[in-house]
Design a protein around this ligand. Structure first.
Ligand SMILES: [Cu+2]
Length: 735
């Protein structure tokens, strides 16, 4: 349910006639069916996505939520400048909305653009709590029909379960979607793939990964495929407000009607550029103009960059015209020293305009230089006036439109300008974006440089900044009146969409003073990005990876204004990952022995209990504590109790180090309380999707090797030869 309250309606000039735009919604559950399986989803106003909110600059937006769930919830206004206490991060700046409770947000609208709102509690985004926001200039007239397109990702699995699975096995979902990066596929991709993988293994990097989770469906406006009817009045093109409201997915967006013209990024106007294919990272928004064709229904397709699926919106009435199929990504040819984009054969970008090329967003495959002499000029949009009707079920006329009826004709909008230069085949970074007006920071403010390495451990599924999770190091201090520059350096093999609350930052690129303003920036695998912003706020704002699984496992920080921060250790503890300890149970049930291992771990510590026994009278019991210094080194201490065929019981205390060696060989260097030293080496090779080989050897000349054949992501058949237990066949599984 929503309603509007008009104030001073006919008593004031249009420019001053701000109003309070009010909405009131329940947050509850509804039944949906995305995949053939009925599921309970979280919904705002019984809709997924939530209703699109609309307001104009100068309005006050007032939104009341009634929490009908049995758990806390919250609402964050993504990308919108507002008072800190309205930002909606539970505990940090707005109290969570308790079950049965209501909360009203109220804040003035200071700027226009395409934004979105979503829950900031647990993994509720994954379950459906997101919706679009369209903010207009007060005196603007929309000359083009427009449509909000909100992309999201869906899994029938409970999101908590997804996270638990990611914690248990690093290729749990790679297995599910057939993306296990086994050696047979490396070899099948030839020498470059082999070189890339060996280079990675030598530098102890795992293979590149494009997505953590295997999704059951990709949605646009809540369905896998939908249609937007042709606008009522003739119009040559349409404005699409693209919002990526996904939990962790990136999309490559392509349109059947040819290139799209990007006119805004993250709600901020940019000089129009024409792109054939547009990469939209999690939590970003782009406004694009697309041509319409009479008698045709043109597909806008958003393909997940891992190639596992897409959503479609058909624009217009008539014959359905499909967008081109996206080539599947080839992970084997994307090494850490190679192009992270999809188009390996793109020409390098020229740096011709004398601006410093200091953003270095990895080596994207953008080609924005306009050197293509065959580039066609972009057709001018159809004139406004008669064609100014808004379109689509989520596009009611707004108060801004009503006001404009008695205001002077608007000045030409930036999106009316023709896009210059060639069509960019595939926009995957920010080098081609030019802000519509200068974005330089205030002169004379002092600068603060903050270096943040994006770090992670894929095997243990821990994500962090500078090797430390938010729980360990919650805060970055800045001061009001500074120009703050973040040097972001991605040390992992995944993309990270980083989002700063409450501020726009410049993504420093080769366009110098016209570097674009954004609120979310992708940092590609092994790439670097520099962002900078005017520290003109106060108190505390979150900065985090918007991949919700990365955020929840540590990749976030509170950016605190030193002089006014309200962050206490108690609050920091409340806002940080809601689940700290994860467990893993592994079983080997062999004809010759059994082995059970239980591990309980957080980002820094783990406790291991392991019991080996054969069918007679040999057993070993281990109880270890491990401290994980970083991705490669852990220290351990513990006790080991051994009983071997009629020998006396033998208890020893041991301590040592686990070190990951080049080629991803795990080594254990240990000393026991008799002063005896032992080095043990082990590793696993995934030969094919299902076949694996593993081996272990130590300086006491004990060894074990064998094969396993994987039947599901939890269950394998295995044969092993073991110096202690002999030969055996059996099963292994984990949960
Ligand atoms: Cu991330």
């Amino acid at each position: 349910m929503s309603f509007r309250m008009f104030c001073l309606l006919s008593l004031c000039p249009a420019v001053l006639c701000a109003e309070t735009v009010s909405y009131e919604f329940d947050i509850g559950t509804i039944q949906r069916n995305f995949t053939g399986t009925p599921v309970t989803v979280l919904a705002i106003d019984q809709q997924v996505p939530a209703p699109t909110l609309r307001a104009a600059v100068g309005d006050t937006l007032r939104v009341t939520f009634h929490n009908r769930l049995e758990v806390n919830t919250s609402v964050h206004w993504h990308g919108i400048l507002l008072p800190g206490d309205q930002d909606g991060v539970p505990y940090l700046n707005t109290q969570p909305i308790a079950p049965g409770a209501s909360h009203t947000f109220e804040f003035p609208i200071l700027h226009a653009g395409t934004f979105w709102y979503h829950s900031h509690t647990d993994l509720q985004i994954q379950r459906g709590l997101y919706g679009g926001i369209v903010l207009r200039e007060r005196d603007s007239v929309e000359v083009l029909p427009e449509q909000v397109v909100l992309f999201s990702d869906w899994t029938d699995e409970e999101p908590d379960r997804v996270l638990a699975n990611l914690k248990k096995s690093d290729d749990f979902y790679a297995w599910k979607k057939g993306a296990v990066q086994s050696w047979d596929r490396v070899i099948a991709n030839g020498a470059p793939a082999l070189r890339t993988r060996l280079d990675s293994a030598l530098s102890r990097m795992g293979p590149m990964d494009l997505a953590d989770v295997s999704y059951d469906a990709f949605l646009a406006n809540g369905t896998t495929s939908s249609r937007v009817p042709s606008p009522a009045a003739a119009a040559g093109q349409m404005k699409l407000r693209l919002i990526n409201g996904s939990t962790s997915s990136y999309y490559d967006v392509e349109y059947a009607g040819g290139p799209m013209t990007v006119v805004a990024a993250d709600g901020q106007d940019v000089m129009p550029i024409r792109v054939q294919r547009l990469r939209i990272s999690t939590a970003e928004t782009y406004d694009v103009l697309v041509p319409l064709a009479a008698g045709q229904s043109l597909e806008l397709r958003a393909t997940s960059i891992d190639g596992t699926g897409y959503s479609s919106v058909y624009i217009g009435d008539g014959e359905a015209i499909a967008a081109p199929d996206m080539p599947p990504p080839n992970l084997f040819l994307m090494g850490h020293d190679m192009d992270m984009g999809m188009d390996m054969d793109m020409e390098p970008m020229a740096m011709g305009d004398g601006m410093p090329a200091n953003s270095g967003t990895g080596r994207g495959d953008t080609d924005a230089t306009g050197q293509n002499p065959e580039a066609m000029p972009m057709p001018m949009p159809a004139p406004g006036g008669a064609g100014s009707t808004l379109v689509g079920e989520d596009s009611p006329p707004t108060a801004a439109d009503a006001h404009s009826a008695h205001s002077a004709p608007p000045p030409p909008m930036p999106q009316m300008a023709p896009a210059m230069g060639a069509v960019i085949p595939h926009l995957t970074d920010y080098e081609a974006l030019i802000a519509a007006s200068p974005t330089t920071l205030p002169q004379g403010q002092s600068w603060r440089d903050v270096h943040l390495t994006l770090s992670g451990n894929m095997e243990r599924y821990v994500w962090s900044f500078n090797g430390r999770t938010a729980r360990e190091d919650p805060q970055v201090l800045i001061r009001r009146g500074e120009n703050v520059r973040f040097h972001l350096s991605n040390d992992t093999m995944m993309h990270h969409p980083l989002h700063l609350h409450g501020h726009f930052f410049r993504v420093v690129n080769r366009h110098g003073e016209r570097s674009p303003l954004k609120h979310t920036v992708n940092v590609p695998p092994m790439g670097q990005v520099v962002i900078e912003f005017d520290a003109n706020e106060s108190q505390d704002w979150l900065f985090h990876c918007h991949n919700q699984y990365h955020m929840k496992t540590g990749m976030n920080r509170v950016i605190s204004y030193e002089e006014s921060s309200l962050l206490t250790p108690a609050i920091a503890a409340q806002i940080q990952p809601y689940q700290r300890w994860f467990s893993l149970s592994e079983f080997h049930l062999m004809s010759s022995f059994m082995d059970y291992e239980f591990t309980l771990s957080d980002e820094r510590h783990s406790f291991d209990f392991e019991l080996d026994a054969d069918l007679s009278d040999t057993y070993e019991l281990h109880l270890f504590y491990n401290y994980h210094f970083n991705r490669f080194v852990a220290g351990f201490a513990g006790i080991e109790s051994r009983q071997h065929h009629h020998e006396n019981n033998h208890d020893i205390a041991v301590a040592g180090l686990n070190i990951t060696l080049p080629l991803m060989i795990d080594s254990e260097w240990r000393l026991d309380d008799h002063g005896e030293f032992r080095l043990e080496l082990e590793s696993e090779l995934q030969l094919t999707r299902q076949f694996g080989f593993d081996w272990r050897w130590n300086t006491d000349n004990e060894y074990r090797y064998g094969f396993n054949y994987r039947l599901s992501n939890r269950f394998s058949i295995t044969v092993h030869r073991d110096t202690e237990y002999g030969d055996g066949i059996g099963v292994q599984f984990f949960y």
